[in-house]
Design a protein around this ligand. Structure first.
Ligand code: C6P
Length: 410
């Protein structure tokens, strides 16, 4: 099936200790990767080695451990730069995750620039993290939030987008891959159209970054955000990529240590990029773990991973479509990473519980995308989301567990 003949899935799975677990006496089938991926030993060991060998605070000490920690921390930023092809290393700001990155842009970029009559453009398929920060900034400034509609198949209504884009638009913020539908949005087209009238674009890459190569310069994204824990790295660490010109023009988001060059009661001079946005002791182990995760993904290659996952998605789609009473929510032509579905006879939470009993971990709920649920008139969905270590046989187990669930409830 597909490229998996050349894909050393066995070796990859061996790198992820947790995949050897059993749940209720059945082999774990982990299909909740959209919520958070698992970790290879390379990431676990990088964090362990840091704490066992090199750990101290960064950028603050002349002693050996502080120097070593600082070097590991700074090297991870270099890795992130290469991974997303940012033009320079100081365009990479470490945050606690996608959520903080979006809030940072909302408060530091948008808030000082917005006034009544201005518009922020988002889509109907955003995660709450790319809705609520804009609602907050609209409340603070009097600006208006505009929402690009989606079709019944879960695709953006692009003609509507082009019609909504105007001189009132001050920022477009759009998800690259929907966490509730799996839709891959045409972000390059969106960015080009927005730039044609000088409107900057932020891309929420939380669900894109583990599934496809991302080149922020080729995209010409003004801001690009993602979380470490969705790409085999630790929780509590994320990235805000921003164009140097924009980041330089933004005030700090938080004040504290490391984000200053000098402080007196009369005047504080802020540090240069990226430290201006990294107040306080950072998540050192998170950064080091993220660097190791990027090394790991690079060692396999994102294009290779994408091809394997595409095969899984196609296979799972045909398997699930063949199940009577199952409806897939989100049937865009371009999809990545996941399948959301509902069953006629079973509530998604019951699906989640029943599948867990078979060792299959999926997410059930609104996926922090309630407007998507409202658009498709469902209270929730069950979602199987894929990662580089999932197998075709696991899809068979998923399909069988769904059939069993339907049987139990009918
Ligand atoms: N989606 C999911 O199960 P944080 O929580 O900051 O790492 O990421 C927030 C976020 C933002 N945008 C998108 C598209 C996302 O999918 C997420 C996180 C998880 O779908 C947890 S709700």
């Amino acid at each position: 099936m597909t490229n998996s003949a050349q894909y050393n899935i066995k070796a990859i799975r061996n790198d992820f200790p947790i995949l050897g677990r059993e749940i209720f006496g059945k082999p774990l089938v982990y299909l909740d990767n959209g919520a958070s991926t698992q970790h290879p030993v390379q990431v676990i060991n990088a964090v362990k080695d840091l704490y066992e060998q090199n750990y101290s605070n960064v950028h603050r000490g002349v002693h050996t451990l502080s120097q070593e920690s600082s070097e590991l921390y700074d090297n991870a930023r270099v890795k992130v730069r290469g991974f997303i092809n940012a033009a320079c290393v100081h365009e990479v700001v470490f945050t606690s995750g996608t959520t903080e990155s979006i809030n940072l842009v909302a408060q530091s970029y948008a808030r000082p620039r917005l006034q009544e009559g201005d518009e922020i453009l988002i889509t109907h398929m955003e995660h709450h993290s790319n809705i609520v920060p804009w609602q907050m900034v609209c409340e603070q400034t009097g600006a208006t939030l505009k929402v690009i509609p989606i079709s019944d198949s879960g695709e953006l209504e692009m003609d509507q987008f082009h019609a909504m884009l105007s001189e009132k638009t001050k920022l477009v913020s759009v998800v690259q891959v929907s966490n509730a539908l799996g839709t891959v949005n045409p972000v390059k087209e969106i960015i080009d159209a927005a730039h044609a009238i000088d409107v900057p674009v932020m891309v929420d890459g939380a669900q894109a970054i583990p599934h496809m190569p991302v080149d922020v310069q080729a995209l010409d994204a003004d801001f690009y955000v993602f979380s470490g824990h969705k790409i085999y790295g630790p929780t509590g660490i994320g990235v805000l990529y921003g164009k140097e010109k924009l980041l330089n023009a933004m005030p700090p988001y938080q004040g504290g240590g490391d984000m200053i060059l000098s402080v007196s009661f009369e005047k504080t001079i802020y540090n240069q990029l990226p430290y201006k946005f990294e107040a306080g002791t950072p998540n050192i182990a998170g950064v080091v773990g993220l660097g190791a995760a990027i090394d790991y993904v690079n060692s396999i290659g994102l294009s290779t991973i994408a091809a394997h996952e595409h095969g899984l998605l196609m296979y799972a789609t045909s398997k699930l479509q063949a199940i009577d009473g199952l409806r897939i929510i989100g049937e865009a032509e371009q999809k990545a990473g996941l399948i959301s579905f509902v069953l006629d006879a079973v509530h998604p939470h019951d699906i989640g519980t029943m599948l867990d009993g078979e060792g299959v971990a999926v997410r059930a709920g609104h996926h922090c995308a309630q407007p998507v649920m409202e658009r498709f008139k469902v209270p929730a969905t069950a979602r199987a989301s894929f990662a580089m270590y999932n197998t075709f046989q696991e899809i068979d187990v998923l399909a069988e567990a769904i059939r069993k669930t339907i049987g139990m409830f009918s």
